[in-house]
Design a protein around this ligand. Structure first.
Ligand code: SF4
Length: 363
């Protein structure tokens, strides 16, 4: 059996193109339909000369993932897509159709996550398998195809799904290269956001390599002890180091680019006036935008509860009064996002136990 080429492997595809001796413009049209416009596989293949299609389809892998299921929010415009990887593991992507028409896709970069944040079902999975660039990019291709069938276009790609993207740095960089490449997706870097739990050196490396790509930091507390209680990695990367990294990133990135600071509001944990004061002091002098996020409870963290709306609003008002750019987020797709990571976690556990008991045969 021939090893099939990835559609994103530019060198190999161009080599194949030369072998097949066909018009180079046909390859450009094929890529435009599939990667930029979200056309169907058939529509993209129709751009190739008829005599070339069978050998092209035989030699080139168009998709790295198989769509397992789709759940649409009953409350708003969110859809959760579950994909099966070639290792028979599930990952999820979420499409957010915002009322303004700006559609965002949240992609996963790993199966599971080693960061083990207390409030996250994915972090409780106990496994972390890196996704290959083709597996991250195929989430974009398939979401774009789905949206195109509704007459919509994808505007933003955010790395906020399963996994810590900077624990899979090599794949992340290759993915960003392909996403921003003019002959592939041609996604403006300013419409890409990478969210990290806070790995200072890796965040600086990312800012150096892709200065126009937006960065988000999952901060969740400006108190070292509270933060370390919520996020085990905070013990390795203390707040002082993170702040130094943000100063450096602000220096590297364009002057109009802010680092997004993600802050999950948890009742009695990080939502008091003192917590707000600590946050204001910690962010002083930085070019940031604070996002206050409501918490979706998970089965594995019964000790955590989200702050109620008045508490979230008064916390936000304190930040705004101190001159911090702040957005108080209300849940989008709460009914599908509420189970974020949980369904996948259960399914993947079952798959691992079946695989290790030798009952599964991968096709
Ligand atoms: S919140 Fe993000 S970094 Fe933390 S465990 Fe979950 S997926 Fe990993």
């Amino acid at each position: 059996m021939i090893d099939r080429l990835s559609i994103y492997d530019r060198q190999s595809i161009e080599q194949l193109w030369r072998e097949l001796r066909v018009d180079p413009h046909a390859l450009r049209r094929f890529r435009n339909v599939l990667l930029k416009h979200g056309g169907s596989d058939e529509a993209a293949l129709a751009e190739l000369p008829e005599d070339v299609r069978p050998s092209f389809a035989e030699r080139v892998e168009l998709h790295a993932l198989e769509l397992h299921s789709r759940t649409d929010s009953r409350q708003d415009g969110a859809s959760k897509l579950l994909f099966r990887t070639c290792w028979d593991m599930l990952i999820e992507s979420v499409i957010l159709r915002i009322a303004t028409g700006r559609t965002t896709l949240c992609v996963s970069s790993q199966v599971g996550c080693a960061a083990a944040c207390q409030f996250c079902a994915t972090g409780k999975m106990g496994i972390a398998q890196n996704l290959a660039p083709a597996e991250i990019l195929d989430q974009v291709v398939q979401a774009r195809q789905l949206l195109a069938s509704e007459g919509r276009t994808l505007r933003n790609v955010v790395f906020m799904g399963m996994g810590e993207p900077l624990h899979n740095e090599e794949s992340l960089y290759a993915t960003l290269e392909s996403l921003t490449a003019a002959e592939l997706f041609h996604q403006p870097p300013s419409r890409i956001l990478v969210s990290s739990v806070g790995l200072p050196d890796a965040m600086i490396r990312l800012a150096r390599r892709f200065p126009a790509v937006h960065l988000a930091l999952s901060l969740h507390s400006a108190n070292q002890q509270v933060r370390a209680g919520l996020m085990p990695l905070a013990r390795r990367f203390p707040l002082a180091e993170l702040r130094r990294a943000l100063v450096e990133i602000n220096r590297i990135q364009p002057a109009n680019t802010e680092v997004m600071v993600e802050y999950l509001l948890l009742a009695g944990v990080n939502d008091s006036p003192e917590d707000a004061a600590e946050l204001i002091a910690w962010l002083a002098g930085l070019r940031v935008h604070v996002n206050l996020i409501p918490y979706n409870p998970i089965d594995d963290a019964p000790h955590l509860a989200g702050s109620d709306r008045p508490a979230r609003e008064s916390f936000g008002a304190r930040l705004k009064a101190a001159g911090l750019k702040t957005t108080i987020r209300y849940s989008l797709g709460a009914d599908v996002a509420a189970a974020c990571g949980q369904l996948v976690r259960k399914e993947n556990r079952r798959r691992i136990s079946v695989q290790s008991s030798g009952l599964t045969q991968r096709s």
